[in-house]
Design a protein around this ligand. Structure first.
Ligand code: GDP
Length: 202
């Protein structure tokens, strides 16, 4: 009698980070559900999805975390409404919440997908800051894959591939351009990342 329950050899936690609206949620749903949803809502809080894959004869459950781009300081304008003491209290609570969420998010992560939008130059310019955040909060051995998403929007390209290749080489990151819309390279990028993680830890 065959065992119907899948035997998992490893669970790899991967975080998806990058500026808001670059396509993090869509990349994740493309990889885990092979789906693209046009009216995707802004991600609230932290959540993860999983997909089980086989790499080098091992069954690996990829547990992929997605978050709301750390936009936790959004109500700073409360200052003008309630005065500075109330603002100070709210702000302190927010900073604590930010730290708690950030450390839970990166804890135990073996890989990171750092996503920018090839049609929005600022999202690429911010990549260096995201790398800093990873170096500050995640494990040193974390494998980072830089992703230039929305590669289907060829006419709107604002970030040349060579710029990203150069940055990735400089920082020791892997790199791929993807389209969550068409599905191009999404599986490839995740498999590459998971194989590299496998190489690091096994
Ligand atoms: P997030 O805030 O980084 O999670 O971004 P979302 O996944 O919510 O995507 C933001 C917007 O970009 C949505 O309107 C998506 O439909 C769109 N989008 C995401 N990926 C792609 C892509 O590969 N190509 C195109 N053309 N649009 C995309």
């Amino acid at each position: 009698q065959e065992n119907v329950q899948e035997k998992i050899d490893y669970v790899f936690k991967v975080v998806v980070i990058g500026d808001s609206a670059v396509g993090k949620t869509q990349i994740l749903s493309r990889f885990t559900k092979n789906d693209f949803c046009f009216d995707s809502k802004s991600t609230i809080g932290v959540e993860f999805q999983t997909r089980t894959v086989t790499i080098k004869d091992k069954v690996i459950k990829a547990q992929i975390w997605d978050t709301a781009g750390h936009s936790l300081f959004s109500h700073i304008h409360i200052q003008t409404l309630f005065g500075s003491i109330a603002w100070w209290i709210v702000n302190s609570i927010e900073i604590c919440r930010y730290r708690a969420v950030t450390s839970a998010y990166y804890r135990g992560a073996l890989g990171a997908m750092l996503v920018y939008d090839i049609t929005k130059r600022p999202t690429f310019d911010h990549v260096a800051r995201w790398v800093e955040e990873l170096r500050a909060h995640a494990d040193n051995s974390i494998v980072i894959m830089l992703i230039g998403n929305k590669a289907d929007l060829v006419d709107l390209r604002a970030v040349p591939t060579e710029d990203a290749v150069e940055f990735a080489e400089d920082q020791g990151l892997f790199f791929s351009e993807t389209s969550a819309l068409s599905g191009d390279n999404v599986d490839g990028a995740f498999f590459r990342l998971l194989e590299e993680i496998y190489g690091v830890i096994c």
